[in-house]
Design a protein around this ligand. Structure first.
Ligand code: ADP
Ligand code: ZN
Length: 554
């Protein structure tokens, strides 16, 4: 799908540059576009930020007719439409919350002989519940104007995913009604079981699957305890490993950015800072210096990243704890786009955890670039968002405190991807300094954890499960009466991080299923643990036992 010439190849290149302003295609984009434009059904699994939108927006632009896009959230749809209109691509959306008259206007345009729209976005309940939409699609189809059907966040079809939306299940009707129209299903999160579910429910019998690994083999990961002389450590690290090369240092606060930058300048680095408190001109200036290599170390908040496509970023340093593994993965992902070896170093202290936690609860944490545009949306949801964010942070902490397991394995498990740590090739700190370890049988603890997930109704996150297991008397535990469960505190005797590792192992090995996805507003992730009964049965009947390695000095 990559190198073959297609009738549209030249047009594709041209529009990608001129309309979307991209110099080239990201991995799999060209292949996906060629497959869908050849008329195949296509299933795409691509990390967040990988560039899924282009894979249907570009075909929509160059194919005759209208592309139907089903997307779960009006706020995401509005954002997409704004970008499309900015690029002069006519697009509209229909949602149940819209005024009747507004909907009529859109239908009228769709019915006209010279319908301008290239894309029509709808929420799934429109397909499930509105005959008007189906009639409209039939109408477009009979006029040969229904170009393609796109199902965004396709994992919502699956009951395995925690983000199951009943209306998505009704989307199978589209393939039944329009068997010849190519369907493109997109998601950033799918375990094997979710994928099968989606393919079945949508009726994509012979679809072509593009699955992209989240692994970045050229990035070397390490976590280093953060001490008072962190800045000296950073200076030394850069001088010893990346002297005069490009890098980003992510800092928590605006003040940190300035402080770190100043210190590095004193040490002779060409450093600058970048954060949300600077005005547009200042930021543009720093970006320009950076792209011209007049500055090669940027000390920035996570606001720095969007639209930064420097291929030769050789290191990404986290001066303090990132807020989620997803965010961390993405920030590290800005290093080594050219495929050359690059370093990702995280300085971790428990004190930073407290600091970040405080910031999250105050709602002052600077938004990740993913979430621009949605910041003001939906304050009513704050308590749920707070819970999700705290949960994400705790996962990040357990990642940092884990000094045994392969960093890649840990990160990839978060995206539902299995990774054999033997293929890490000592490119992470834990793999390269393999300690003398002892193997322990933790089957009993594992069974208890599975039992606990079951007894709380399979509705809670791993962080919550661990709190209960370790005997927390916290507010969240009591709110659900979980301090009364017989397994409350059953894991009290375990070392710090030990229970967490066992739980993570259960997820990696599919005893527990956890679907992590971008939550609606903040681009953060949320998840619920469920029991995979088939696998768990093997634990109960003694067929499976679980052994994990622990550092012998622990
Ligand atoms: P996803 O939906 O997979 O999370 P998006 O479609 O929102 O990702 O794309 C993420 C970012 O990458 C956007 O800012 C987009 O403009 C940019 N992008 C996508 N494709 C390319 C490309 N080929 N070259 C440069 N930037 C791209
Ligand atoms: Zn490793």
């Amino acid at each position: 799908w990559r190198s073959r010439k297609f009738p549209w190849t030249a047009k594709l290149e041209d529009n990608n540059k001129k309309v979307f302003g991209n110099h080239s295609f990201r991995p799999n984009q060209r292949e996906i576009i060629n497959a869908t434009m050849s008329g195949h059904d296509v299933f795409v699994l691509m990390p967040t930020g990988g560039g899924k939108s282009l894979t249907y927006q570009l075909p929509a632009l160059i194919c005759p007719g209208v592309t139907l896009v089903i997307s779960p959230l009006v706020s995401l749809i509005q954002d997409q439409i704004m970008h499309l209109l900015q690029a002069n691509i006519p697009a509209a959306y229909l949602s149940a919350s819209m005024e009747w008259s507004e909907q009529q206007d859109i239908h009228r345009e769709l019915n006209s002989d010279y319908c301008r729209y290239k894309l029509l976005y709808v929420t799934p309940e429109k397909v499930a519940k509105s005959d008007a939409l189906l009639r409209q699609l039939e109408n477009l189809h009979s006029r040969e104007l229904l170009a393609r059907i796109v199902i965004d966040e396709a994992h919502c079809v699956s009951q395995w995913g925690h983000d199951f939306r009943p209306d998505y299940q009704g989307l199978g009707i589209l393939k039944q009604k329009f068997p010849c129209i190519p369907v493109l299903a997109l998601t950033a999160t799918a375990t094997a079981s979710v994928k099968e579910d989606v393919v079945r429910a949508l009726g994509l019998a012979n679809c072509i699957i593009f699955r992209q690994s989240f692994n970045r083999p050229n990035l070397w990961y390490s976590v280093i305890p953060k001490t008072k002389k962190c800045l000296e450590d950073i200076d030394k690290f850069i001088k010893e490993n990346h002297f005069d090369e490009c890098g980003i240092i992510y800092c928590l606060s605006r003040m940190d950015c300035e402080k770190v930058s100043e210190k590095l300048q004193e040490c002779g680095h060409k450093a600058a800072f970048y954060h949300g408190n600077m005005d547009g001109a200042q930021r543009a200036f720093v970006q320009k210096q950076w792209s011209k290599d007049e500055v090669n170390v940027i000390c920035a908040t996570v606001a720095f990243g969007m639209g930064i496509n420097k291929p030769d970023v050789r290191f990404v340093i986290h001066h303090s704890l990132p807020k989620s593994i997803e965010g961390y993965h993405q920030e590290c992902g800005r290093a080594g786009r050219d495929g050359q070896r690059s370093s990702c170093v995280l300085y971790y202290s428990y004190g930073d955890y407290i600091r970040v936690k405080h910031m999250i609860s105050q709602g002052v944490a600077e938004q990740s670039p993913l979430t621009y545009g949605y910041n003001r949306a939906n304050t009513a949801n704050t308590s749920r968002v707070l819970e999700t964010n705290t949960d994400n942070l705790l996962r990040m902490v357990s990642y940092c405190e884990n000094d045994v397991d392969c960093r890649r394995l840990l990160q990839l498990a978060h995206f539902g991807e299995r990774f054999d740590s033997n293929s890490c090739g000592k490119t992470c700190d834990n793999c390269s300094k393999r300690k003398t370890c002892v193997e322990k049988d933790v089957t009993e603890t594992a069974k208890q954890l599975v039992e606990l997930v079951k007894s709380t109704g399979q509705k809670f996150s791993s962080a919550h499960t661990l709190e209960v297991f370790r005997g927390s008397q916290g507010q969240n535990v009591k709110k659900h009466g979980h301090e009364k469960l017989s397994l409350h505190g059953a894991g009290k005797h375990l070392g710090k991080g030990e229970a967490s590792r066992i739980l993570r192992h259960l997820v990696t090995e599919d005893y527990l299923v956890e679907d992590v996805k971008k939550s609606d507003i903040y681009g953060s992730v949320s998840s619920v643990l469920k029991v995979n009964m088939q696998k768990a049965y093997n634990l109960y009947n003694g067929q499976d036992s679980i052994r994990l390695r622990f550092p012998s000095l622990m």
